[in-house]
Each structure stands twice: as C-alpha cells, then as structure tokens.
Ligand binder design. Structure first.
Ligand code: PTJ
Length: 267
C-alpha cells in the first residue's frame, strides 16, 4: 500500500471515477496551498452532486449557452474574467487560454479573504502563462456599493469598468449586484436554480472543467465572425428557456436512474 501523501497517486487511471477523484485532489491540494478556501471544498461537493444529476456531461442546452456566452464576450467593449479559488485550482491553464483568445483580463476576486490567498492564486495563474492579472493590489481596489461581501472590492481597471463579466462558480449576491449596475453577467453553475443562475444573462449549467475547453473551441471558431452573426446568436438565446430545459434534463435523468435502480432492486 502506498504511503504517499499525494492521494492522486493512489487512484488507478482505470478507476471508474478517476476524473472526478482527480479534480477532488486538485481542490484538496489547492486548499493546502491557500488557493482554495476551506468552504471551497463544500462548494465543490455541492457541484459534484448537481453534476451527478446532470449525468456528468455537457447537455445540448449548455452547449447553446456556451455559444451565447462566447458571442457576448466577443461583442463586449471590455469583458473581464473573474477568478476565484476553485476555478484557479481546477483549470488555471484553460482560464489563461480563454483570456488570451477573447482578449479579456483575468481578475482575482475572492469571497473568503485570507492572508496569502491572492498571492497563491496569482502564482498558479502565472505558472499557467498569465501575463496580466488584475485584482492583486489590495490598496488600489475600489468598492461596488451594491455589494456587502468581500467581493465588493474590485479592480478599478477591471470589473469596475467592465461591461461583461464572466463569473464561474459564484455565491449568489454578486451577480445580482452586477446586474444592478447594468453589467452583463455570464455564469457557470451546476446548480440551475442558484441565485446566480437565475440572475445571470447567460447561465452555463455545466462543470467548469468541461465548459472551459468548449468555450475555447467555440472562441476559436467565432474569432473572425461578423458582428451581425454574434448579435444573432445572443438575440436568439433565452436564459429562461435554458433554466427550464436544464431542470428538465435533471428530472429526466433522475427518472431514468430511478427506473434503472429498480431493475437492480427487483432481482
Ligand atoms: O475562492 P473564493 O473565496 O472566492 O470562494 C469560492 C467559493 C466557490 C467557495 C464561493 O464562491 C462559494 O461559497 O460559492 P457557493 O455559494 O458554494 O456557490 C458555488 C456554486 O458553484 C454552487 O452552486 C455549486 O453547485 C457550483 N459549483 C461547484 N463546483 C462547480 C460548480 N459549478 C460549475 N463547475 C464546478 N466545478
């Protein structure tokens, strides 16, 4: 038996839940390095639970949301990607890649402030190739008055002046506040009925680790698209329908699981 503290080494690659365990490991290691808040472990567990109910795959409606999100980011005058501890631990390289393709800066914005966290996240993003990171100089931050949590402190050259903000894995109050100051919000949240999901303009109901590679792919496809085409994608997108269909996807999946479970239980 392995005595290695690195729990990932104990999980064989052919384990049916290898991917899921690998991401858990990233979150745990991220917490040890201060990248992830303690509460980030619970947030991840909640996400896993919703992901399970979505069959752990990107739904067709999530793919539509991804396309609308990319089109909105391209149409923006000044888009910003907000980064928290969980996203930095799960997919730093993909955040950097997306930021470079769509030309949107990364801004570290944390709910749980703790000494050393911003530096730890800055390091993981720099190691992943980030050249310009906002939200790192705490003395220069300005406040979003509509918000009372730590997330109110934003970079004057970032979220403060952005017209479109991409907010993966949020905690509810900020999307509402950003909407009040007339910003467009794109969220990634496995919970289709979280406050973030309901308030965002585009809600991608999917796991951030599956969403980002798809966003990068679509961003490459739409890179030279005309404004008319991008506007058309955004105009025909309906977030209310998205939430409805995402909930139906969960209901259908649970119904199927119930049927399959009872086949086993009968024998
Ligand atoms: O790093 P910080 O200090 O900014 O804190 C980050 C967390 C995530 C801890 C903080 O924002 C928080 O507490 O968030 P909540 O309120 O737990 O909400 C997180 C949402 O993200 C929940 O609705 C989860 O279902 C969802 N979620 C968790 N993991 C994923 C996810 N959505 C997409 N992909 C995931 N991997």
């Amino acid at each position: 038996m392995s005595t290695n503290n690195n729990q990932d080494h104990d999980v064989p690659k052919d384990h049916p839940r290898y991917e899921s365990l690998k991401y858990r490991h990233n979150i745990i290691e991220g917490m040890k390095k201060l990248i992830v808040a303690e509460a980030g472990l619970m947030a991840h567990g909640r996400g896993e639970c919703f992901d399970y109910m979505l069959g752990e795959k990107t739904s067709e409606i999530a793919k539509e949301s991804i396309e609308a999100a990319v089109a909105l980011l391209y149409l923006a005058k000044y888009p910003v990607i907000s980064v928290n501890g969980n996203t930095a631990a799960l997919c730093p390289k993909m955040l950097v890649e997306l930021s470079k393709i769509i030309n949107a800066p990364l801004e570290i914005n944390l709910f749980y402030r703790k000494e050393g966290r911003i530096d730890a996240i800055k390091k993981v993003l720099e190691d992943a190739g980030a050249e310009m990171i906002l939200g790192i100089n705490e003395t220069k931050m300005v406040e979003i008055e509509e918000l009372s949590s730590n997330r109110r402190n934003v970079d004057p050259n970032g979220i403060k002046i952005a017209d479109v903000v991409f907010v993966p894995l949020e905690d509810g109050d900020r999307t509402e506040a950003l909407k009040k100051i007339e910003k467009k919000v794109i969220a990634v949240d496995l919970n289709p009925i979280s406050r973030t999901s309901l308030w965002a303009d585009v809600t991608i109901v999917d796991n951030i680790v599956r969403t980002l590679p798809k966003m990068i792919k679509i961003a490459n496809i739409l890179k030279n698209a005309e404004e008319k085409e991008l506007k058309n994608i955004v105009e025909k997108y309906d977030n209310k329908r998205n939430i409805q269909v995402s909930l139906d996807t969960i209901i259908q999946y649970i119904k199927k699981q119930k049927k399959d479970a009872f086949k086993i239980l009968k024998d």
